[in-house]
Design a protein around this ligand. Structure first.
Ligand SMILES: Nc1nc2c(ncn2[C@@H]2O[C@H](COP(=O)(O)OP(=O)(O)OP(=O)(O)O)[C@@H](O)[C@H]2O)c(=O)[nH]1
Length: 349
């Protein structure tokens, strides 16, 4: 990656990384950090729910370009709804550092709508100092191929109204489409999990959802050349009229459609058995996302658990630190109505 200075207008570029729960945003950003090549990147990370997992994953990557100070975590809230309290101060804090970042990467929560966040760049405190270089939407090709975000393109086209939007969608479909409609670059990720024909079908589905041209790139493990991801130069904050949203007519937006809670577990003797239980619970109750760290009895390393739909993966990501409390906690996210008691009982049982 070549180091670039500020934009022509003297603003620091910021890239918004959006994409539905578990699409691979954190994985993509981790790859970006590894290829930073000395460029000063700072991260602002927002998660749904009050336990920050992604920040911890990124800090655990041991990358020298990503120190504690370079990661600002805004858990417990939606970035676009806490603009004044959290987001603008976080940007100001980054800009006031002796060595301000050369590029700011913002990872939104998987349920966030990117457009209200981009609107925040009109706030006087940051308007003249930062620009949104581009919005990158990461898509889980496997989940999309399974029909989790939208019906097939023909059905989608048939539902489209004169304004180009589709009504009567599920909350999941609406969030997914809002994220695509705001994007400059769409990363079709997890290509390793889908056949070529399904990948083509997913790309057709994405294009059918779009109202204008956006660039599509395929990726596995979110690996995209930083030169493609950064330096788009879209000044997105001045181009919002071209990026419709299902929530354009709303005063703010709420998150009543989704819910999250934390399940605390005792130390686990058998990771494989836990994975089996989690996959069953996710399928039975329609859990959208599961993630957290587990203390495995007798192991010096903590186990990172990642569930996307019914696919649950684990790996030991780092040693527990001396004096660190070895808690086993899983964040569970689903649509409103997810039976918290039953899910907790099923996982803990
Ligand atoms: N097979 C496969 N797995 C992937 C790929 N990219 C990411 N994953 C896995 O998908 C899971 C979710 O990845 P994350 O990067 O945490 O996804 P995210 O979009 O940041 O998730 P949220 O922030 O919770 O919305 C993890 O288990 C990743 O290892 C990929 O290309 N192929």
């Amino acid at each position: 990656m070549t180091a670039t200075a500020k934009t022509a207008a003297g603003k620091v570029p910021a890239t918004v990384v959006t994409g539905f729960l578990g699409a691979g945003k954190t994985t993509l950003i981790r790859g970006l950090l590894e290829k930073a090549d000395g460029r000063r990147l700072a991260l602002i990370i927002n998660e749904f729910g009050d336990v920050g997992i992604d920040g911890d994953i990124l800090r655990a990557c041991g990358n020298p370009t990503c120190t504690e100070d370079d990661v600002i975590e805004l858990a417990n809230g939606c970035l676009c709804c806490t603009v004044a309290d959290d987001f603008v101060p976080a940007i100001e804090k980054l800009l006031s550092r002796p060595q301000p970042p050369e590029h700011i990467i913002i990872e939104t929560s998987g349920l966030a709508l990117p457009k209200p966040l981009v609107q925040a760049f009109h706030w006087p405190a940051i308007k003249t100092r930062v620009t949104v270089d581009g919005v990158v939407a990461v898509v889980d090709a496997a989940a999309a191929a399974e029909g989790r975000f939208a019906p097939d393109p023909a059905a989608l086209a048939a539902q489209r109204d004169a304004a180009g939007t589709v009504d009567h969608e599920t909350p999941v479909e609406e969030v997914f489409e809002d994220q695509l409609l705001c994007a400059d670059l769409i990363v079709v990720n997890k290509t390793d999990l889908v056949e070529a024909a399904d990948l083509a079908r997913v790309e057709a589905l994405i294009r059918a959802a779009l109202n204008r041209d956006a660039k599509l790139v395929r990726a596995a493990q979110g690996a995209v050349d930083p030169l493609v991801l950064l330096g788009v130069g879209a000044a997105v904050e001045d181009d919002l009229a071209n990026r419709p949203s299902h929530h354009d007519d709303e005063e703010g937006h709420d998150h009543d459609d989704f819910t999250s809670f934390v399940v605390e577990l005792p130390s686990q003797p058998d990771p494989a058995a836990l994975v089996k239980t989690l996959e069953e619970v996710a399928g039975l109750h329609g859990v959208l996302r599961l993630k957290g760290f587990i203390d495995v009895s007798g192991k010096p390393m903590r186990l990172l658990v990642q569930g996307v739909g019914t696919r649950v993966q684990t790996h030991f990501d780092r040693l527990w630190k001396p004096g660190e409390e070895r808690r086993s906690r899983l964040v569970v996210i689903g649509e409103t109505g997810l039976d918290r008691e039953a899910v907790t009982r099923a996982i803990a049982g």
